[in-house]
Design a protein around this ligand. Structure first.
Ligand code: NDP
Length: 281
C-alpha cells in the first residue's frame, strides 16, 4: 500500500483493476475543476483496517468499497447511514474530520433508471433472482419505492429466506429458482442480481421462462454488459436495462457525498460508456 491518499478518493476492493469508476469519477472531478484524484486501492481483507486508518488520519475525502469488502467495512465505520444499516453493506466511505461515515448508494443507483422510465411501483410485482449484497440493496430500493410485491429467488433458498425475513415486510417472499415460471407470469420487473453475467456460466434460470412475462415487463440485469438474460428478454419482446445506469448513478451519489457538489451525471455517463467500450464489455 504505497499510493498517496492526499486529496484522493479511492476504490477499496479485490480485485479493482477492472473497475469503470476511475474513468467516470475522474471525468466528473475534472469537469467540476476539483483538485481530486480517483485511485485504485487494491486491498486484501487483512489490510482493510490499515487502509481505513490511512483515510481517517490522512487527507483523502473517502472511498468506494466493492466486492468482497462491502460487508466487512460496516463494522469498522464510526457511523453508518440508515440505508447502509438496512442493507448491511457500505459502498461509500465519507471522511468527516477524523470520523469515517459508511453509506450505501447502490439502492439509489438501482432505482433511478426505473424512476426515469416512470415505472409504476405500486401496481407492479417484482422478481429478484439472487440474494447476495446487491440483491439486498435492490430489496431496500424497491420497498422504499412502494413496490406492490417482491419475490426473491435464489439458488441457496435459505439465503433468500433470510433476506426476506430481514426485510420484515409482508410484501416480500422467498422461493427457489425453480419457481421462476410461477412468478414471472405476473411480474412487471424481473431483476438478475446474480454474479453469473460476468463469468459466462450457464444462466442460473431457465431463460425461456421470460417469454411468459407480461409484454410490458422490464428485465433488469445488474451486470453492466450484455448478458444471455438481457438478450433473451429482448428477443421475448421485453424492455431491458443493464447495470451501467445503476453504476453511474450510485457513483454520482457518492461524488455528491464526498464533495458536496452537484454531480455532472451526463459527463459521468459519457465517460462510463467510453470506458466500457474500451474494456470490450
Ligand atoms: P454476491 O456474491 O453477494 O451474490 C452472488 C449471487 O449470485 C448470489 O445470490 C448467488 O447465489 C448467485 N449466484 C452465483 N453463481 C450462481 C450460479 N452459478 N447459479 C445461480 N446463482 C448463482 O454478489 P453481489 O450481490 O455483490 O453482486 C451480484 C451482481 O451485481 C454482480 O454481477 C455485481 O457485479 C453486480 N452489481 C452491480 C452493481 C451496479 O452498479 N451495476 C452494483 C453492485 C453489484 P447463492 O447465494 O446460491 O450462492
Amino acid at each position: 500500500m504505497c499510493e498517496s491518499e492526499s486529496r484522493a478518493v479511492g476504490l477499496i476492493g479485490n480485485p479493482v483493476a477492472h473497475s469503470l469508476s476511475p474513468a467516470f469519477q475522474q471525468a466528473a472531478f475534472d469537469a467540476c475543476e476539483l483538485p481530486l484524484r480517483y485511485e485504485l486501492w487494491q486491498t486484501e481483507t487483512d489490510e482493510i483496517p490499515e487502509r481505513l486508518r490511512r483515510i481517517r488520519d490522512g487527507n483523502a475525502l473517502g472511498a468506494n468499497v466493492t466486492v468482497p469488502h462491502k460487508e466487512a467495512v460496516t463494522t469498522l465505520m464510526d457511523d453508518l447511514s440508515q440505508t447502509a444499516l438496512r442493507i448491511g453493506a457500505v459502498n461509500t466511505v465519507i471522511r468527516n474530520g477524523a470520523s469515517l461515515i459508511g453509506d450505501n448508494t447502490d439502492a439509489h443507483g438501482f432505482i433511478v433508471p426505473l424512476r426515469e422510465g416512470s415505472f409504476e411501483f405500486d401496481s407492479s410485482n417484482a422478481v429478484i433472482v439472487g440474494a447476495g449484497g446487491a440483491a439486498r440493496a435492490v430489496v431496500v430500493a424497491l420497498l422504499d419505492a412502494g413496490i406492490r410485491s417482491l419475490a426473491i429467488l435464489n439458488r441457496n433458498v435459505e439465503r433468500a429466506r433470510r433476506l426476506a425475513t430481514q426485510a420484515g415486510d409482508t410484501r416480500v417472499s422467498a422461493a427457489p429458482l425453480s419457481a421462476l415460471g410461477d412468478h414471472v407470469v405476473a411480474a412487471r420487473l424481473i431483476v438478475n442480481a446474480t454474479s453469473v453475467g460476468w463469468s459466462g456460466e450457464p444462466s442460473p434460470v431457465e431463460l425461456s421462462l421470460l417469454e411468459r412475462a407480461p409484454r410490458d415487463a422490464i428485465a433488469y440485469d445488474l451486470t453492466y454488459r450484455e448478458t444471455a438474460f438481457l438478450t433473451t428478454a429482448r428477443a421475448a419482446g421485453l424492455a431491458t436495462i443493464d447495470g451501467l445506469p445503476m453504476l453511474v448513478h450510485q457513483g454520482a451519489r457518492s461524488f455528491e457525498l464526498w464533495t458536496g457538489v452537484n454531480p455532472p451525471v451526463n459527463v459521468m455517463w459519457e465517460a462510463a460508456v467510453l470506458a466500457r467500450a474500451a474494456k470490450g464489455d
